[in-house]
Write a protein that binds this ligand. Structure first.
Ligand code: G16
Length: 544
């Protein structure tokens, strides 16, 4: 009989899962009982049959191993039969999603704060994914939050730490812990989706790339797939060893934090394609020689070409994008005669659409693209689909982009982030926007006249659940728009995101500077929201 230890506890404030799980400073997670309270709240509310299997893995950041050992002991006390854990505690987020699906686990704990920096003074996070491999939907995260507010005990067993570095099985008080190769299953899955032979052929004939894994989780995956299986030269993957502090980098694959890659791709020494991924491997950045591809455009361009990849031939059912993502994908859907769904920010909102077979590819402006192969966005998947398309079509990234815009027109797009601003100012700004919504239609701001202004609300077409208050949209008569919302992934103060978009038809100016093209929308956002007054900032911290 397993000796279960019941540890009395009291609730911690603020354990609400945000856009993607509970993310806090490491120091917060290090408080005695903090992680345990949250994990027990998860175990208390999630669906599982007796003898269930739980997957545990993380992006390797500081504090990963400590929480994994806590979670294993708690899983033993909470009646799980088996825990599958990645060797070294490593599983990229998409790989964890695949492992949950492949081994029919009841769910998984993914330990990551994604693109946020790591280390003793930085961020940590815990997210729960359900049996379909995807992030828990709001009904489940809501129940978790309720539980964290009343929790009065957590359950564990007395057992030594499990050796996470050796493949194989260990018994922990009636629980079997299996340490598995974190890369193999995922790499095998990728081989079933894409035309590796076609990619190998162009690589052998001189096609080059640089993949920046940003000292985060994708290094081992990228080395195995790109260098070993596809034949790219050793050293193609840089920053390939996952480090507990990500080498001090901010592993967010955008033009600011992947600047070295950007500079290389804009130089004469640029390889054919440059790519990067984030802390936990679900985001991606694609840059061609002299050509940055926005995540919104990447979704549209991949959707338009996805049927080139063997696993997707003849089966594009539909496309989904988050609301702040540009409407470039909508034009592709319209041209291909498939539906396009607009969801709130958060990958969890794609889960039902994917499960129901309504969409095949989804994406977000926040550098996430993925498909129905798992239930998470998938950085390396996006890179491989780009490689597959370029290899088969024999075209450069830049030419593909130009060809796309010449057919569909171009959605000029940018996101301005105002990070770490005072919560009161951020809330006042959003309240001010909401208060103006009814009066905005008909008002003009420079050359722009407001057509519609609303607070985005989503009704899930599969289960009918409603998610209100998902960001403020101001749509102008010329088809351009601004969107504002507060981030749900930050750990300090508030982050205001301003999304700007303007459509230029195929006969318009397709090669202009994005900042110049969006000047009227930037000015309108300031006039409507009073960003400078509310945030004290005269310029965004990050423009992507
Ligand atoms: C998470 C979610 C994404 C979302 C992103 C940004 O990504 O999974 O769906 O787009 O956060 O959210 P926010 O604008 O609220 O900060 P990740 O890569 O952090 O897990």
């Amino acid at each position: 009989m397993t000796q279960i230890v019941t540890v009395p506890t009291t609730p911690f404030d603020g354990q609400a899962p945000g856009t993607s799980g509970l993310r806090k400073k490491v120091k917060v997670f290090q408080q005695p009982g903090y992680a345990e309270n949250f994990i027990q709240s998860v175990f208390d509310v999630v669906e599982r049959a007796p003898g269930a299997v739980l997957v545990i893995g993380g992006d390797g950041r500081y504090h990963n191993r400590t929480v994994i050992q806590q979670a294993i002991r708690m899983a033993a006390a909470n009646g799980y039969a088996r825990v599958l854990v990645g060797q070294g505690g490593i599983l990229s987020t998409p790989a964890a999603s695949h492992v949950i699906r492949k081994y029919k686990a009841s769910g998984g704990l993914i330990l990551s704060a994604s693109h946020n920096p790591a280390g003793p003074d930085e961020d940590f996070g815990i997210k729960y994914n359900i049996a379909n491999g995807g992030p828990a939907p709001e009904s489940v995260t809501g129940a978790m939050l309720e539980r964290t507010r009343v929790i009065d005990r957590w359950l564990t067993v007395e057992a030594p730490d499990v050796d996470l570095d050796t493949l194989g099985e260990t018994a922990v008080r009636g629980l079997t812990v299996q340490v598995l190769d974190p890369v193999a299953d995922y790499a095998d899955l990728m081989e079933t989706l894409f035309d590796f032979d076609a990619i190998r052929k162009v690589v052998a004939s001189g096609f080059t790339m640089r993949m920046d894994s940003m000292s985060a989780v994708t290094g081992p995956y990228a080395v195995e797939i790109l260098e070993r299986r596809l034949g790219f030269a050793p050293g193609t993957v840089v920053n390939a060893v996952p480090l507990e502090d990500f080498g001090g980098h901010h592993p967010d694959p955008n033009l600011i934090h992947a600047k070295e890659l950007y500079d290389l791709m804009m130089s004469e020494d640029a390889p054919d394609i440059g790519a990067a991924s984030d802390g936990d491997g679900d985001r991606n950045l694609i840059i061609g020689r002299g050509r940055f591809i926005t995540p919104s455009d990447s979704l549209a361009m991949l959707a338009a070409n996805i049927e080139i990849a063997p696993a997707y031939r003849g089966r594009l059912a539909g496309i989904a994008r988050s609301m702040p993502t540009s409407a470039a994908a909508d034009r592709v859907a319209e041209a291909l005669g498939v539906p396009c769904f607009e969801t709130p920010t958060g990958w969890k909102f794609f889960g039902n659409l994917l499960d129901a077979g309504k969409v095949t590819i989804c994406g977000e402006e926040s550098a996430g693209t993925g498909s129905d192969h798992v239930r998470e966005k998938d950085g390396l998947w996006a890179v491989l689909l780009w490689l597959n398309v370029l290899a088969v079509r024999g075209i450069s990234v830049d030419d593909l982009a130009r060809e796309h815009w010449a057919r569909f027109g171009r959605n000029y797009y940018a996101r301005h982030d105002f990070e770490g601003i005072a919560t009161e100012g951020a809330n006042a700004l959003m309240d001010g926007l909401k208060a103006q919504l009814a009066d905005l239609p008909g008002k003009t701001f420079g050359p722009l006249t407001v057509q519609v202004a609303d607070s985005f609300s989503y009704t899930d077409p599969v289960d009918g659940s409603v998610s209100a208050n998902q960001g403020i949209r101001v749509l102008f008569e010329d088809g351009s728009r601004i969107v504002m919302r507060l981030s749900g992934t930050g750990t300090q103060g508030a982050t205001l995101r301003l999304y700007l978009e303007r459509y230029e038809p195929s006969f318009g100016d397709l090669d202009a500077d994005t900042g110049v093209m969006l000047q009227a929308q930037i000015a309108a956002a300031e006039a409507i929201a009073g960003i400078v007054a509310h945030t004290g900032r005269t310029a965004p911290d990050v423009i992507t």
